[in-house]
Design a protein around this ligand. Structure first.
Ligand SMILES: Nc1nc2c(ncn2[C@@H]2O[C@H](COP(=O)(O)OP(=O)(O)O)[C@@H](O)[C@H]2O)c(=O)[nH]1
Ligand SMILES: [Mg+2]
Length: 222
């Protein structure tokens, strides 16, 4: 894989069916909320997003389960080469909070144990129907050493902030841990260089396209 990004990370969504995983990904990547009518897609699916984080260009793949989670049948492949995990529960649904514990155990069993993990309570816009207390959520997060926050895919509240925090943790881990870097050395491209602005990143990307075209012309390739 060749990219002009400084970092390329894979994130996955985990959690019970119906907690809003797909809506969170849609909100973050496309800034939309499709509402109850949106269809469940089949098969594993991911959306990409390019973002600039502290002057570094970051390419993200956000993988979303597509119905398999209701049978608790996510395969080991899903956990492969994962830098970050977003574990979601619905703040109005106590059972989904209990299910988060199952997913965490599953991740411990099948993941690399190196992923940065964040626990997220979704549907903050219907806080009046809250069934999972802040106390319980914070306690669980502390026990399992998870970053924790709440958000609403519907209103968009705290969605970008939650992703930003996670990316920040992954980047810091990446910079400080050789073990973490080695684990992903095959899937991650890091170009070492000075910090770049968003405009620079665009320039680089265009430059790369031009460079490829020139090579094509030179080699007479169609
Ligand atoms: N009120 C509210 N509803 C949401 C929110 N996020 C998702 N939903 C609804 O919850 C249901 C399940 O969402 P979905 O993203 O498909 O959940 P998934 O099964 O975890 O992927 C849908 O009816 C969504 O419209 C939210 O932030 N607030
Ligand atoms: Mg879904």
């Amino acid at each position: 894989m060749v990219t002009t990004s400084d970092y390329s990370f894979k994130l996955i969504m985990l959690g019970a069916s119906g907690v809003g995983k797909t809506c969170i990904v849609q909100r973050f990547c496309n800034d939309v909320f499709e509402g109850p009518a949106h269809k469940t897609t089949l098969g594993f699916d991911f959306l990409s997003k390019q973002t600039v984080h502290k002057d570094k260009r970051v390419d993200l793949e956000v993988w979303d389960t597509a119905g398999q989670e209701q049978y608790r049948a996510v395969t080991k492949m899903y956990y492969k080469d994962v830098h970050g995990v977003i574990l979601v529960y619905d703040i109005t649904d106590k059972e989904s909070f209990e299910t988060a514990k199952f997913w965490l155990d599953d991740l411990d069993m099948h993941g690399s144990k190196m992923e940065e993990r964040v626990l997220v309570g979704n549907k903050l816009d219907i806080n009046e129907r809250r069934a999972v207390t802040l106390y319980d959520a914070k306690k669980f997060a502390a026990e399992r050493k998870l970053e924790w926050s709440e958000c609403s895919a519907k209103s968009g509240d705290n969605v970008n902030e939650m992703f930003d925090k996670l990316i920040d943790r992954i980047v810091e881990r990446y910079k400080s841990s050789a073990e973490f870097r080695n684990l992903f050395s095959r899937s991650t491209v890091v170009s070492v260089g000075p910090p770049i602005s968003e405009a620079d990143a665009m320039h680089r990307s265009q430059g790369y396209k031009l460079h490829k075209e020139r090579i094509k012309k030179k080699s007479g390739c169609c």
